[in-house]
Write a protein that binds this ligand. Structure first.
Ligand SMILES: Cc1cc2nc3c(=O)[nH]c(=O)nc-3n(C[C@H](O)[C@H](O)[C@H](O)COP(=O)(O)O)c2cc1C
Length: 527
């Protein structure tokens, strides 16, 4: 089936897939437990396309303004690929997030691939209000995707901010901002034919006036809410830098009376929400990285606590809401970022483990070490309090100050460029990055290869050495043959030696699934 030109009322299914028994329920039943997980069905039928009445369009236009006002929503969790998954959405809600966005979903895959659809969207009734975000570059596909989620969320959003190369190749995100007519057509189609209000998430353009014109066009086309990220498309990776809140204010002044504008960028400390609202005039604040490194920044009372406590609680949510391994790993990395820089072996374990129990063990170990670090003389109480006081007094903590705080206290992550801005580097001195670059140029020259190749080789060597190092930690040698022993093996042996010993001595080893003691050999897993 061609998702781009699909006729009305078609059945959406993956090519070659026949799932006669698959449920076709597309709404969350009324009497369901608010925490029960609902997944999108693999097979879905789009109802007849009907044009919205003027009243519906008018109602949708008012929806976000009234919802944000009535529910006093000011704190919003940003859409983040693999990171604003159900578990993290629910976790941040506990600590102050009032509106959440799903990770970006590819509209084309969502419409055409039942397996992708099922895996890309997990929902619970308690996670509302919720916006489902799509990326798309075709009017029909985008509209079909939006109509598929009509009964499971409160709004749909078009991602016009993603600056990555993958988005450039796929022609979506911020790379679509050069095709404003197409964007407007997509937005208008949803306004006219979908029951949900449509919003857009944009980046500021290089030029102030251009940004304002862009925002006006989107609102004219039917956008009922705008999120403005105060960085341009080129501000990414090492060049991320600080968001410019004054550029967000331009948009608020231009269209703020017609639709709500949310500000995004640089929310890293609790007080930043109020500061940003004041500086931009935006009605609400959206945070992404700030919440990843410290999921409690929206909760002024608890904002700076031990990272291992936060990580342990997140893992409970991950278990409850069935988060995927890559999302869990990335969250543990970010929440415990500063501590994992101290404990290299734990960092390696985070990158290699897969099971949730393993992540729990790592966090437990981190807690033990952090506590003993604290007992070993660092004046944790005073330092933590200083950090909090500084924030409360509205003194924006600079990177140097933050880096002085104990690593186990949650705090934001600063990129080198921002650190440099905060005058960690004296005048005329070279930044860490510049020094690294010089070193790499020297290596490349010696090896007679390009800088890119030299960097690749360096990385390969580094990761090889790290994996070997981690393997040493993970797999102690088998007590019999010296090969790596199985993880958690009851006999401290490799699989083969464990089987030999278990069979002859009638022992159980659960990790290797040998049950010679508890089950007769005939039904043992060795067969
Ligand atoms: C891990 C990660 C994933 C992201 N994924 C998305 C996404 O799916 N859709 C989107 O519009 N923006 C995405 N973004 C951008 C954020 O929503 C946000 O606009 C950006 O990080 C700036 O906000 P911040 O300064 O609070 O981090 C992502 C950002 C991060 C860090």
């Amino acid at each position: 089936m061609d998702g781009e030109t699909a006729p009305e009322g078609y059945v959406v299914e993956k090519c070659g897939e026949s799932e006669a028994n698959e449920e076709e329920q597309t709404t969350i039943p009324e009497n369901v437990d608010p925490l029960q997980i609902f997944r999108m069905p693999k097979r879905m039928t789009l109802p007849e396309k009907q044009k919205n009445s003027d009243e519906t369009i008018e109602k949708n236009l008012r929806f976000w303004k009234e919802t944000l006002e009535n529910q006093r929503i000011t704190k919003v969790l940003a859409p983040m690929v693999d990171q604003s998954e159900l578990a993290f959405r629910m976790f941040t809600r506990k600590y102050g997030a009032q509106l959440t966005f799903t990770p970006m979903i590819h509209a084309h895959l969502f419409v055409n691939d039942g397996t992708y659809r099922r895996n890309s969207l997990a929902l619970v009734k308690a996670d509302r209000p919720l916006v489902v975000q799509f990326c798309a570059n075709k009017v029909d596909t985008f509209l079909a995707a939006c109509r598929l989620v009509e009964d499971v969320c409160d709004g749909v959003d078009l991602n016009l901010g993603c600056p990555q190369m993958v988005a450039k190749r796929g022609r979506y995100g911020s790379w679509l901002q050069d095709e404003v007519d197409l964007i407007c057509e997509m937005v208008s189609a949803v306004r006219d034919y979908c029951r949900l209000p449509i919003s857009c998430k944009i980046r500021v353009r290089d030029d102030r006036q251009q940004t304002v014109e862009y925002a006006k066009r989107l609102v004219d086309a039917g956008a009922t809410m705008l999120t403005v990220h105060g960085r341009t498309r080129d501000m990414k990776g090492a060049e991320t830098g600080l968001a410019d809140w004054s550029r967000i204010r331009d948009v608020v002044e231009a269209v703020g009376s017609r639709v709500p504008v949310m500000a995004n960028g640089n929310i890293q400390f609790p007080g930043d929400v109020e500061r940003c609202m004041q500086a931009t005039g935006a009605v609400a604040i959206m945070s992404a990285e700030g919440l990843l490194y410290n999921p409690l920044i929206f909760d002024d009372a608890n904002a700076h606590v031990d990272t291992w406590k936060i990580a342990a609680e997140y893992l409970e949510y991950a278990k409850k809401f069935n988060a995927g391994t890559s999302a869990i790993r990335a969250h543990v990395f970010r929440i415990c970022h500063h501590s994992l820089l101290e404990y290299e072996d734990l960092r390696m374990r985070v990158s290699l483990e897969h099971r949730i129990e393993d992540f729990e063990n790592i966090v437990e170990e981190l807690a033990k070490r952090a506590k003993s670090d604290a007992e070993a003389g660092k004046n944790r109480e005073v330092e933590a309090r200083t950090l909090f006081e500084n924030i409360r007094n509205g003194i924006l903590m600079n990177a140097i100050e933050v880096s002085k705080q104990p690593h186990w206290i949650s705090k934001p992550y600063f990129r080198l460029k921002e650190v440099a801005k905060e005058s960690i580097v004296g005048e005329g001195e070279k930044t860490f990055r510049e020094k690294q670059k010089e070193k790499l140029a020297q290596t490349a020259k010696e090896m007679g290869v390009s800088m890119k190749q030299a960097r690749k080789r360096e990385r390969r060597q580094l990761s090889g050495a790290r994996i070997l190092e981690a393997k040493k930690i993970k797999f102690p040698p088998c007590a019999r043959c010296g090969q790596p022993a199985g993880q958690g093996c009851a006999n401290s042996k490799c699989k083969k030696c464990c089987r030999y010993q278990s069979k002859h001595e009638l022992l159980d080893c659960k990790p290797h699934r040998y049950l010679f003691a508890s089950q007769p050999p005939a039904v043992s897993a060795e067969n």
